[in-house]
Ligand binder design. Sequence first.
Ligand code: FES
Ligand SMILES: [Fe+2]
Length: 374
Amino acid sequence: MPDGLLSALQHPLAQARGLPAEAYTDPGFFRREQARLWARSWVAVGAASDVATPGDVLPLTLAGQPVFLARGQDGILRAFHNVCTHRGLLLVEEAGREKLLRCPYHAWAFDLEGGLRATPHFGGIGCHTLEGFDPADHGLKPIRLAQWNDLVFLDLSGDAEPFEAHAAPLVARWADYDFAATRPAGRMDFEIAANWKLLVENFCDTYHLPFIHPQVNEYSKAEDHHDVIDGTIVGTGNRTATRDGAPVLLPPFPGLPAGKARLGEFLTLFPNVLIFLMPDHYFTVTVTPLDEGHSTERLDFHFVGDGATAPEHAARRQALYDLWAELNRQDIAIAERLQKGRVSRAFDGGRFSPALEAPIHHFQTLVARMMEEA
Ligand code: FES
Ligand SMILES: [Fe+2]
């Protein structure tokens, strides 16, 4: 187990040292991180609207483990380990809609609620039962699942704190926003040659705005930002995040207080989902590690009311997609170059600007704590 991660961070900010280069480049660190962090946290894995209809199934990988989401005939969304309880075949290979999940190897069948429904010929040809074998004991193994709006979270360990406690800082902070008034709209996917932490850290980074995003910094200025650091949430915000003091482009969240008419907040719910909240839309960026040097990002956009679908708003929606995609491409180029720099043996963890990089320090502290916790 690596040691000293936390102790290097635990200094006054101006003297603290960040996570070492190995945390971003070493396959051994990545494996430990899968076991200690990804398998023991509430991890965002996808959207409930991906599996909207009873019978929908969707295979995923979480912390190196095959899992799948399933919408039961009762309409409830569940998650299971993706393995047949007979001899261990991968049960669900691709997304689909099924009444029963039939394992192709020996035709055991599971319902979408996880129950084992058929074990043909298990007692011998023509005999489908076996003395002492109770199918009720051999159903699929469930995984804890929670939802925040359309986002689905899983806790592989079953031991993470209750999701309500995990998400409480986020829910409390954005209590003024009526997320029920939003509808899912566009989606974008990116694959990035960088460690997942570099992506999260860059989203919390106010310091780079004037240099990497001059087009936004003209109106959403770095000097007007505020930090948000509250337990599981970390990020930044700006009270003047819309262009040139203009009103928002699309229908805004209903009943927003006047002080929030131009507010943008950009928060990470630890460990892996960034949520960009604007007065007329929000989008989530779900970061998923592939290995120590590669990650994916999935962006899911949500607009308020008919902002999501009305044809008269199509051009404005497209303008927002174009803006965020352009900003994200600028960030991806930086993240990939950070990854290349992290290979250097001369990098000692680096230093933080107390005025501009406290959120990154907090994020790294959360990582270090999980890596060093018993
Ligand atoms: S491994 Fe699935 S039925 Fe045998
Ligand atoms: Fe950026």
